[in-house]
Design a protein around this ligand. Structure first.
Ligand code: TRP
Length: 329
């Protein structure tokens, strides 16, 4: 059985992109692999959340994981900060991570551009902490989106470097797991680009049907096709792409033909799209609410997850310390 590790940062509610891009893949993997799914709450500190928000954000993502069907009886579901072994491995890996390679990381360079007022050392060493998350369980596969490919490459490099440095074959080199050609990109409702947590273009799993209808009805379109068979503009194509993910093929076909014959009414298409999104999200939203109100259950999941994750992590740390040369007196 392969070991699978993946995490999502606790920086906001999960949206349709997270669901179709990551979570549905977690679900497919959980029965056939030894899975560790965690909430990356240390990573979320790079943006300095308020203490009052931190816990709520962690709890929300946890409830969303569970509401989507991640089964804590099968997978190990835990909170990163409950596993201090991760921070020890992070420290040890930092000694063999070079400033130059960290500064050249695309995500770091992007942060410098986007938030020059907060370039903290945590951002610089973000890939090292992520590598620690992954190799602490000696993972083989890491289901992540395309944006994480470079981080995975660095994880492999850190694992390999450790092995070479100590002349061992200890850490496997984990692969980004992309589910072949079926990688799904969910576009946002604002006409261009992908759905994001902070772009204001997302439909969240926790949104009510009214909120979803409002958001979808406001989605960007165009003035309508002018000549039969004309290619949809980008904003309209984006709506078709969301539709392909959430609706029946027959629905997609119907509106595609209406567009091709210039008879489409975007209002009708949006109404249908909103209802089809709601069909996916509403059962999840109801479970999120239910799970959030069950404090006892959440506490049980968290403590059981921490226990299982720490058992795996502390074994690795014990062995790593031995390899590095820490011996008992
Ligand atoms: N960097 C990931 C993201 O932004 C989150 C993450 C942190 C992660 N540690 C990880 C993902 C380990 C997979 C494995 O989405």
């Amino acid at each position: 059985m392969d070991t699978v590790v993946s995490g999502i940062r606790s920086t906001g509610n999960l949206h349709l992109g997270n669901y179709f891009g990551a979570l549905r893949n977690f679900l497919k993997m959980q029965t056939e692999n030894n899975c560790f799914f965690f909430i990356a709450d240390y990573h979320s500190l790079t943006t300095h959340p308020k203490p009052d928000d931190l816990h709520g954000n962690i709890k929300q993502v946890l409830a969303e994981y569970l509401a989507c069907g991640i089964d804590p009886e099968i997978a190990t579901v835990y909170i990163q900060s409950d596993v201090p072994e991760v921070t020890e491995l992070y420290l040890l890996l930092n000694m063999n991570a070079y400033i130059g390679e960290l500064q050249r990381t695309t995500s770091f360079k992007e942060k410098i551009r986007k938030q020059p007022e907060n370039i903290n050392a945590g951002l610089l060493t973000y890939p090292v902490l992520m590598a620690a998350d992954i190799i602490i369980h000696k993972a083989h596969k890491v289901p992540v989106g395309k944006d994480q490919e470079q981080h995975l490459e660095m994880t492999r490099r850190f694992a390999r470097r450790f092995n070479t440095m100590y002349g061992v074959d200890y850490f496997p080199e984990p692969d980004a797991y992309n589910f072949g050609k079926k990688l799904i990109k969910v576009p946002g409702l604002d006409g261009t680009g992908k759905m994001g947590k902070s772009e204001g273009n997302g439909v969240f799993l926790a949104d009510t049907p009214q909120e979803i209808r409002k958001k979808v009805m406001r989605a960007v379109t165009d003035t309508g096709p002018q000549t039969p068979g004309e290619k949809p503009s980008e904003p309209v194509q984006n709506l078709f792409n969301i539709m392909k993910v959430v609706s029946d093929p027959a629905t997609v076909k119907y509106f595609t033909e209406k567009h091709a014959s210039c008879e489409i009414r975007y209002g009708d298409m949006k109404k249908q799209l909103a209802e089809d999104i709601i069909k996916v999200t509403d059962p999840i939203r109801e479970r999120i609410t239910e799970i959030l109100s069950d404090k006892k259950y959440l506490a049980k999941v968290v403590s059981r997850g921490a226990e299982k994750a720490r058992a795996s992590a502390s074994k690795t740390i014990r062995e790593v310390r031995e390899i590095i040369g820490y011996r008992s007196f």
